[in-house]
Design a protein around this ligand. Structure first.
Ligand SMILES: Cc1ncc(COP(=O)(O)O)c(C=O)c1O
Length: 396
């Protein structure tokens, strides 16, 4: 078995990294001297088979237009979901998008009209709300219930929202970023059955499906409720799983014939998104075919990072509540006991602690008073971050 050294600190400066070099692009009040644990990519080197495949591709010297619609690509993608989730995907149902976020925009356009209500479950990944607004749809919230330090779904409210004719569907985040939930079979079943009852569609963003704690199980929504799969649109990608976000490739699973038609006419022909990055194709094939051992090792390291943060907070910062992180590598910490306004907390992190985190309020008003910490980094960086936070809060 290969030994992996996730403690190794890799210098990302000088690589055009959004996280390490261009912080102020997304976090205008933060500065480049902040320790960055914000945007969701990992500070770990990629799996060796991916690096090897990319080297070999470079050695082929020519980087012309490329297509992924090749049996070896589909076999890698479908093989992964079959092995890992016992989910059989027909390769005719796999559609390319450079990212999940643009795909959500395309799906919104295909599935709804300007003004229609789209349900989201805040605090949630903020581009959901942004995409709904950018496409002229109406944001409808079904806030998660935060009780005893854990998040659950308010099903009575969800049913109310789904029952309203002006609301056309929902965007589900599964696993949930930033609430850290890996939804249970029962929860997923209830979401799908309510959607069926009111004939509403679901965009199920499952980009974090592979990065969950070792004792957790992710179930694709479609697997829980196959009888309704024409109305479920699942967004998957190797980007979070294998740290390939910069290569820009995701796989969107569409069964519905009309939406497929929309995709051919609008996304592929009109927008011209037919040709993925030449490197992304070989990286994805190597990742899905040969990346499993690396992924399992990363998951174990992340489990230890989660434990480290939990213990650090318990021993040093007991006023903070750590929300259980069942899935994703993004931890969600509740600072509300400090009684700071959201902007004061932000200032405390960026100006005093000198850490760049994702502020809770950007995930919706329900997130005010929280911080999201990206723990996919060597332990030494995480320790530095936690010490900085401890020192900054020492007199508060
Ligand atoms: C839930 C969720 N969806 C989508 C994305 C990003 O997707 P992409 O980079 O493929 O657009 C992220 C990144 O953090 C995410 O957390």
């Amino acid at each position: 078995m290969t030994q992996y050294d996730f403690d190794q600190v890799v210098d990302r400066k000088g690589t055009f990294s959004l996280k390490w070099e261009n912080i102020a692009l997304a976090l205008p009040t933060a500065s480049d001297d902040c320790l960055p644990l914000w945007v969701a990519d990992m500070d770990f080197p990629c799996a060796e088979p991916i690096i090897k495949a990319l080297h070999e591709r470079v050695d082929r010297l020519i980087f012309g237009y490329s297509v992924q619609s090749h049996p070896s690509y589909y076999a890698a993608v479908t093989g992964w979901f079959q092995r890992r989730f016992n989910w059989q995907i027909d390769h005719d149902d796999i559609f390319f998008s450079p990212g999940v976020v643009p795909a959500i925009g395309f799906l919104l356009e295909a599935l709804s009209e300007v003004g229609d209500g789209i349900i989201i479950q805040p605090p949630v990944y903020y581009p959901f709300a942004k995409k709904i607004s950018e496409y002229g749809r109406t944001i409808v919230t079904n806030p998660l219930i935060y009780q005893d330090g854990r998040y659950t779904i308010d099903f009575a409210d969800l049913e109310d929202k789904l029952s309203q004719p002006s609301n056309k569907g929902m965007i589900l985040c599964s696993p949930h970023n930033p609430a850290g939930r890996v939804w249970t079979k029962e929860e997923l079943w209830q979401i799908a059955s309510l959607s069926e009852k009111y004939q509403k569609w679901i965009i199920s963003d499952e980009i974090h499906c592979d990065i969950i704690r070792c004792n957790q199980t992710h179930i694709p929504l479609e697997k829980v409720y196959p009888q309704y799969k024409e109305h479920i649109f699942t967004c998957t990608a190797p980007s979070k799983t294998f740290n390939l976000a910069g290569l820009q490739l995701s796989n969107i699973i569409i069964h519905d014939a009309q939406v497929k038609d929309y995709w051919f006419h609008n996304v592929i022909n009109k927008v011209g998104l037919s040709s993925p990055n030449a490197f992304a194709i070989v990286a994805a094939i190597a990742a899905y075919n040969e990346g499993e051992e690396w992924l399992e090792a990363v998951k174990r390291y992340l489990d230890d990072n989660v434990r480290y943060v939990e213990e650090f907070v318990q021993n040093n910062l007991p006023k903070i509540k750590v929300v259980p992180c069942e899935g994703t590598y993004l931890m969600w910490l509740d600072f509300s006991a400090y009684g700071l306004q959201a902007d004061e907390l932000e200032k405390m992190m960026q100006k005093k602690a000198k850490v760049a985190l994702d502020e809770g309020y950007i995930f919706g008003e329900q997130g005010a008073g929280f911080e999201r910490i990206n723990i996919a980094c060597p332990r030494s960086i995480l320790m530095d971050c936690m010490m900085r936070i401890k020192n900054a809060l020492s007199n508060v």
